[in-house]
Design a binder for this molecule. Structure first.
Ligand code: C2E
Ligand code: MG
Ligand code: MG
Ligand code: MG
Length: 285
């Protein structure tokens, strides 16, 4: 009985793996046409200053409108784009598109874009300078989000690149802090403008996760960085990150990623703070 069951579950597992691999191969092939076919779109998720409850910036998040499969999320296709090298063209497009869009927003609203490891090369500062110039976006409105994995390779060169980006006047952000390895080393090597604490720490209300959230916020502040809490989904979580002293918050509670045509909803709220939907605390810290 056990042997049979094991064999069955092994078979089932094998089939599932094969199916996943087939979908991957198909998506990989389809992806080559996605960019030129206009199937890639950017959505924008608002990020708020916790204390004033005002909009600070949006994060640009890729969406793929697949002709047969519908909406495909970046978790599924960014790895494929990275494997195939398509990420370079896609990343260039994201940068141009997001900066051009942000240039139409009020001057005090910033834009965050995510960078893949493959984009992290010598030509990056030139590309960014060029995009800023063409879009007319002021450098201090651009936030470049990089994860720990970006920095894993050839650290000395990468930190030199970060310095170059810094001198362009753009803001370099460490994304998903705490989800990878050796983060403290990066913090020692480079003065990040902002640290985004991974949403797993925000979602978890255990004393351990809270202690980490608290300490990372203090650490960020001690290093002169702003601290953003990712993935705020509940009022309790917002209260917690407010109490801990996080500077900014992002999450479904405050606003889901929206199409470019809908960002004005949040921008208007910013200029009329008394109608912000989640005014959860009258206590001002
Ligand atoms: P990320 O940079 O950490 O972006 C935040 C992700 O968390 C987004 O997922 C966002 O939709 C999601 N999120 C925001 N608030 C909440 C919340 O309250 N609850 C939950 N459960 N999730 C929340 P998304 O859009 O699926 O993107 C996933 C990842 O894909 C991003 O993580 C980023 O690493 C990557 N990515 C997205 N767009 C780009 C891009 O243009 N270029 C590159 N290289 N990577 C991108
Ligand atoms: Mg990000
Ligand atoms: Mg993140
Ligand atoms: Mg993430």
């Amino acid at each position: 009985y056990w042997a049979k069951r094991e064999r069955n579950s092994y078979c089932f597992f094998g089939q599932e793996m094969a199916e996943k691999e087939r979908v991957r191969q198909e998506l990989r092939a389809d992806l080559t046409r996605a960019l030129d076919g206009g199937q890639l779109k950017l959505h924008y998720q608002p990020i708020f200053h916790v204390r004033s409850e005002r909009l600070v910036k949006f994060e640009a998040l890729l969406r793929w409108h697949h002709p047969e499969r519908g909406l495909v999320y970046p978790g599924e296709f960014i790895p494929l784009a990275e494997e195939t090298g398509l990420i370079t063209a896609i990343g260039d497009w994201v940068m141009k598109e997001a900066c051009a869009e942000a240039a139409t927003w009020p001057q005090n609203v910033g834009i965050g874009i995510n960078l893949s490891p493959a984009q992290f090369r010598q030509s990056l500062p030139f590309k960014i300078a060029d995009t800023l110039q063409k879009s007319g976006l002021h450098p201090d409105r651009l936030y470049l989000e990089i994860t720990e994995t970006v920095l894993l390779q050839s650290t000395a060169e990468n930190f030199a690149l970060l310095e170059q980006l810094n001198s362009l006047g753009v803001k370099v952000v460490l994304d998903d802090f705490g989800s990878g390895y050796a983060s403290l080393g990066y913090l020692r090597e480079f003065p990040f403008h902002e640290i985004k604490i991974d949403r797993t720490f925000v979602a978890d209300d255990s004393p351990q996760a809270q202690a980490i959230l608290d300490s990372v916020t203090q650490l960020g502040h001690a290093l002169g960085a702003r601290v953003t809490a990712e993935g705020v989904e509940t009022i309790a979580q917002l209260e917690r990150v407010r109490g801990i002293g996080c500077d900014k918050a992002q999450g479904f509670l405050l606003g889901r990623p929206v199409a470019a045509s809908e960002v004005h909803k949040f921008i208007r709220l910013d200029s009329a703070p008394d109608v912000i939907p989640h005014r959860v605390s009258s206590r001002k810290s």
